[in-house]
Design a protein. Structure first.
Length: 237
């Protein structure tokens, strides 16, 4: 190994998990944001001291405002947050990328469920259908969805390949139960998938049968809750 190569390697190496490289776009990280993260990461992973913006500008060739916009966007998308760390006995500002890795970890159950689906037969969801799903859930929840929630819904559509109609059926079940959160809907969708209920028709049939069964159980003809009625034999005087 020549001196030049040795000098290059002596500067150290930046390592990054292949799982992040393979799935960063699935959690809402752009290629530009990933590039900046790799540049500032160094030997750190979760918490990275804030870089000198002038140095980063020289590295990237980006204007300072563009770099500020990239970091702001990552904070806005809840990929990172500002914190403080100790550096040589002093508290310095840093970027905490724990939220990004938390989002990455959520892909594991979704990817496991994906193996049980027939991805080959799944049709891509149009942007209009995707937007309709977002707007329908926002309307029923009575609030705006967070970026994290929008990504979770996108995972249902793009990774699990749930049809928009199926998601709306899960929403209806959640609203009927007065539970207005996506985790509850995710459990409903997971339960249907576990029972091999994939199409809207299969789920509708299942829900109808369950409703009929509940009506039979709760039928007023099966019991009488009023006062006791005495028996009178009218044949005797």
């Amino acid at each position: 190994m020549d001196d030049y190569t040795h000098e290059i390697l002596s500067d150290g190496q930046t390592t990054i998990t292949n799982y992040l490289l393979a799935n960063y776009h699935r959690i809402g990280v752009s290629s530009e944001e990933l590039f900046i993260y790799i540049l500032i990461k160094g030997q750190h992973t979760m918490t990275v001291p804030m870089p000198e913006i002038d140095h980063l500008q020289v590295q990237t060739g980006y204007p300072q405002q563009r770099l500020f916009d990239i970091f702001h966007k990552m904070i806005e998308k809840k990929l990172t947050k500002i914190t403080q760390v100790s550096n040589d006995g002093h508290q310095v500002d840093a970027y905490d990328f724990t939220p990004m890795y938390e989002k990455l970890s959520l892909l594991k159950p979704a990817m496991t469920r994906k193996k049980a689906t027939t991805a080959e037969s799944a049709n891509p969801v149009s942007e209009s259908d995707r937007q309709t799903v977002f707007e329908t859930i926002e309307k029923e929840f009575g609030r705006t969805l967070s970026p994290f929630e929008m990504e979770m819904i996108s995972q249902w559509l793009d990774i699990d390949h749930f049809e928009p109609t199926v998601i709306r059926l899960a929403l209806k079940e959640a609203v009927l139960s007065q539970v207005y959160n996506l985790k509850y809907m995710d459990r409903i969708l997971g339960n249907w998938q576990h029972n091999k209920l994939r199409s809207p028709q299969q789920i509708q049939t299942y829900l109808q049968k369950r409703s009929q069964s509940n009506r039979k159980t709760d039928s007023p003809d099966d019991h009488y809750d009023g006062p006791e009625i005495p028996f009178i034999d009218l044949t005797k005087q």
